[in-house]
Design a protein around this ligand. Structure first.
Ligand code: ADP
Ligand code: ZN
Length: 610
């Protein structure tokens, strides 16, 4: 046993180029090598892959990696081959001849790892093939796909429990970055992992800066954010509708940023092509619906921006989690408005799900809106939602860096509620605001609403300010909208005590209005820089040169640049300036095979900058 782990440690250094295991990696790897089943929950970028790749190299036979992401298998296999590991995939992109060849090699034990989608694996032909091969382990990636209520549900995943029955002596490892308890239980249940050892990692992503703001119009704010923080960086912009995706991508291109759309309305070819370009080119922006992202292994996504509210905190965390897998500073940024809040509530109210499910969705919606309107640390709130306590506020979110002020909005709230009540809950936001502001308006006159006691009693706030108050009241559940979607405002249970001036005094505290929230990262002193990597100017130039070299090498082989070396490795090179093989092997991410392939080229480049 001891010997196995020594061997694992050795491979970690010589093949992967890393000095030490992270988190539970060592325990997980040891369990698998010893033939135990494992369930691993680790945030994106936590280092899940090594948990099955390393045992695959130590246990006799081939490891089968089950993944739903056919489009990414090529890159995954390329990345392994760059490390000198023998790997292949079996999927529908292969020609029949290629497929037969791989099957033949598989039978001969030529591979350490082989990737396939669940439907391929479950097919009788493949199972027969597997029967003839020596199998080291099964790795079930993106294991949350078995969860019926999750948004990545794949029916075939549920049949994977048969692996346990058919190959009882082959250890299985299920991996996911989804944190919630319900999904975890479903995975254990569906994959028959009751005996498995469970390793749960902290879900904190300390390198991601969270900011959620409600000022201005989404696009203008996005543009400011990009100019200030990411003038050249790769990132993802999420929008709700396909149309919005298309127009936003177009708008970014007009503004001079290379941006590509991605949504389910585009043909498979276009989607595939846009995804490939995102992975292979530096500094590209993908504008996408939530159809984009699962399993995207690109480690240097520097920002994820939301122009609409995600459905729930699970989605928010999963989507923002695609930033900064390499551990370098990254931004999760969101802008939202009244319309978003109303739409999100409507979406839940109108779903034709059964009552129990609907109630659950409503709770999730509330939690998401609560996160938006929060005035304390965002990270603490998100982690606590996933059942994890962060003892101190994080110092790396908008609320920590620039604490929002709150104000007593009780009177303003009462004015709104009263005005809605007096107009019989039949009107939308703008109409109510116009009454509060005493607007000279035909419709108001025709309805005799200029006679109301609430007419012209709200001039202390501007129209946009009132909208902000409405949004917060909807978010806090004092107001709701009609289920038909006309935007007619209704009072909720929670509103009545305020309206009736109940005996129990009740104050409504809201976020200060229209305070231009600073969305800039904490360490943004050199705001012109794409990203603050803590490099001196000279080293930063060197880093850019190394990046160029990497780009050329990647292009020659048609692989993504990060498959050659991640940014982190280049940053270390630029800082430490190794000048020989030994020093080069000290750099994180450079093992023997990588050195043999690229060591000289990078040493040469480094020499020129001494
Ligand atoms: P996940 O699949 O959990 O999102 P990956 O397996 O892609 O994460 O790992 C994220 C990054 O961290 C990769 O660049 C990987 O090579 C690196 N990494 C993994 N384990 C270690 C380690 N022990 N030390 C240093 N870097 C590591
Ligand atoms: Zn914080």
């Amino acid at each position: 046993m001891q010997q196995n782990m020594e061997q694992a440690q050795h491979i970690l250094k010589t093949t992967f180029g890393y000095d030490a295991f992270r988190h539970h990696q060592a325990d997980i790897i040891e369990a698998i090598i010893n033939g135990q089943d494992v369930l691993t929950l680790m945030p994106t970028g936590g280092g899940k892959s090594i948990c099955y790749q390393l045992p695959a190299l130590i246990r006799p036979g081939t490891a089968i990696v089950v993944s739903p992401l056919i489009a990414l298998m090529q890159d995954q296999v390329d990345a392994l081959m760059q490390l000198g590991i023998k790997a292949a995939f079996l999927n529908s992109t292969l020609k029949i001849g290629e497929q037969r060849l791989i099957e033949e090699q598989f039978r001969n034990g030529a591979y350490d790892l082989i990737y396939m989608a669940p439907e391929r694996l479950l097919n009788e032909y493949t199972l027969n093939l597997i029967d003839q091969c020596d199998i080291a382990l099964f790795a079930i990636d993106e294991a949350h796909c078995v969860a019926q209520w999750g948004h990545d549900f794949r029916k075939e995943y549920q049949q994977l429990s048969m692996l346990h029955e058919r190959y009882p002596h082959v250890p299985r490892i299920a991996l996911t970055a989804t944190a919630d308890q319900r999904t975890r239980n479903e995975i254990i249940e569906q994959l028959a992992l009751q005996q498995a050892r469970v390793f749960i990692n902290s879900f904190d992503r300390p390198n991601i800066h969270y900011a959620i703001n409600d000022v201005g119009s989404g696009r203008d704010e996005l543009w400011k954010f990009l100019q200030q923080n990411h003038p050249n960086d790769a990132g993802i912009v999420y929008c709700l509708s396909r149309k919005n995706v298309d127009t936003t991508a177009e708008w970014l291109n007009k503004k001079g940023r290379a941006a590509l759309p991605y949504h389910a309305g585009l043909t498979q070819d276009i989607r595939q092509n846009n995804q490939q370009r995102f992975l292979r080119e530096d500094g590209l922006i993908i504008v996408a619906t939530i159809a984009f992202g699962m399993g995207i292994d690109k480690p240097d996504v520097r920002f994820v921006a939301h122009l609409n509210l995600p459905k729930n905190i699970e989605s928010y965390y999963q989507e923002t989690g695609r930033a900064g897998r390499d551990g370098l500073p990254s931004n999760a940024w969101m802008n939202y408005g009244l319309k978003d809040v109303i739409n999100l509530r409507l979406f839940t109210q109108n779903s034709d799900a059964d009552e129990l499910f609907k109630r659950m969705m409503l709770q999730k919606t509330d939690a998401m809106l609560g996160l938006c309107e929060l005035t304390s640390c965002r990270r603490q709130a998100v982690l606590s939602y996933f059942g994890e306590e962060l003892a101190e506020s994080c110092g790396n979110c908008d609320n920590c860096i620039n604490p929002p002020e709150t104000w007593d909005a009780t009177i303003a709230t009462q004015k709104i509620l009263s005005c809605i009540y007096r107009t019989q809950e039949r009107f939308g936001t703008q109409y109510i605001i116009d009454i509060l502001l005493g607007k000279d308006d035909e419709r108001i006159k025709a309805n005799s609403h200029d006679q109301l006691s609430t007419f012209n009693i709200g001039t202390e706030h501007s129209s946009p300010e009132w909208r902000g108050i409405f949004r917060q009241l909807v978010a806090h559940g004092y107001l709701t909208t009609d289920v038909e979607g006309y935007g007619v405002l209704k009072l909720t249970e929670k509103a009545w005590p305020l309206l009736k001036r109940s005996k129990t005094p009740h104050t409504v505290m809201l976020r200060e209005l229209n305070k231009a929230s600073k969305v800039i990262r904490s360490k943004s002193s050199r705001s012109k820089r794409k990203i603050d990597l803590n490099l001196s100017t000279h080293d930063q130039d060197l880093f850019e040169q190394l990046r160029l070299l990497r780009s050329e090498l990647a292009k020659d082989q048609n692989v993504p640049p990060y498959v050659i070396f991640p940014d982190k490795t280049l940053v270390e090179m630029a800082m430490n300036k190794p000048s020989n093989e030994d020093q080069m092997l000290e750099i994180s991410g450079i093992g023997a095979v990588k050195f043999k392939r690229y060591g000289e080229a990078f040493l040469k480049e480094l020499k020129q900058h001494q």
